[in-house]
Design a protein around this ligand. Structure first.
Ligand SMILES: C[S@@+](CC[C@H](N)C(=O)[O-])C[C@H]1O[C@@H](n2cnc3c(N)ncnc32)[C@H](O)[C@@H]1O
Length: 212
């Protein structure tokens, strides 16, 4: 199958397009809790978001004064995210780019590189994607990765799924301690809401690093 530019779709694009073409364009309208808590203290600059989905985090960043490059593999969800940004009045502060981040990434340098629950069932070497994003962060900038630290009861993943701890996830990035200082590397509890309104306490792993 091909996309609009006649380039054969990757497995990731095929998978996520199928998901988002069947999904509503409506988003939750709120940023991730950890993003809002950690980034509100930073001076706004240029932000890169990996796997932006319907754009709530990119919109929140733009409202805080960041200029955001928001990336996703699915052109459909990028359309939803653009509408979201338009409705929020921040569409001029966000550049939406389609990439399969296993294969390509935006050009440029950033003060913040950010990813929240950047997962895919398709082949994805996350550590490589994160290291490439880390390389694009300027001195004095930050890398923030939010991941699952526990399985929500409504998750589609296998019941015995064990997520890496924050320390394990940080170690897997294999970033040089001469370049990166861990500012916050830990699991944090959050009250999460499932697709049918059910609630459960889950653990998010937070990896928040500062570039020296
Ligand atoms: C689990 S969702 C998380 C979305 C959002 N960041 C959040 O916190 O809810 C993962 C997102 O990453 C995108 N994605 C998955 N694989 C990708 C890839 N190889 N390149 C770029 N985006 C990808 C998907 O389209 C999807 O929007």
């Amino acid at each position: 199958m091909q996309n609009e530019s006649n380039i054969p779709r990757t497995a990731a694009e095929t998978f996520w397009e199928d998901i988002y073409q069947k999904a509503s364009s409506q988003s939750g309208g709120k940023p991730g809790e950890a993003l809002a808590r950690i980034v509100r203290d930073l001076t706004p600059g240029r932000a890169l978001e990996l796997g932006c989905a319907k754009g709530d985090d990119a919109v929140w960043l733009a409202k805080q004064g960041w200029f955001v490059t928001a990336v996703d593999v699915s052109p459909t969800v990028l359309g939803y995210a653009r509408e979201n940004a338009h409705r929020a009045g921040v569409v001029d502060s966000i550049s939406f780019e389609q990439h399969d981040l296993s294969q390509s990434a935006p050009h440029g340098v950033f003060d913040l590189a950010y990813a929240s629950f950047f997962y895919s069932p398709t082949p994805l070497v996350r550590a490589e994607v994160f290291r490439r994003a880390a390389d694009s962060v300027v001195s004095g900038g930050h890398l923030l990765i939010i991941d699952h630290g526990s399985r929500a009861p409504w998750s589609w993943t296998a019941k015995d799924t064990r997520y890496p701890t924050a320390d394990e996830a940080y170690a897997s990035l294999d970033l040089s301690p001469d370049t990166w200082r861990p500012t916050q590397v830990e699991g944090v509890e959050r009250l999460a809401t499932g697709p049918n309104g059910e609630q459960a306490t889950v653990i998010d792993t937070i990896i928040f690093l500062s570039r020296l």
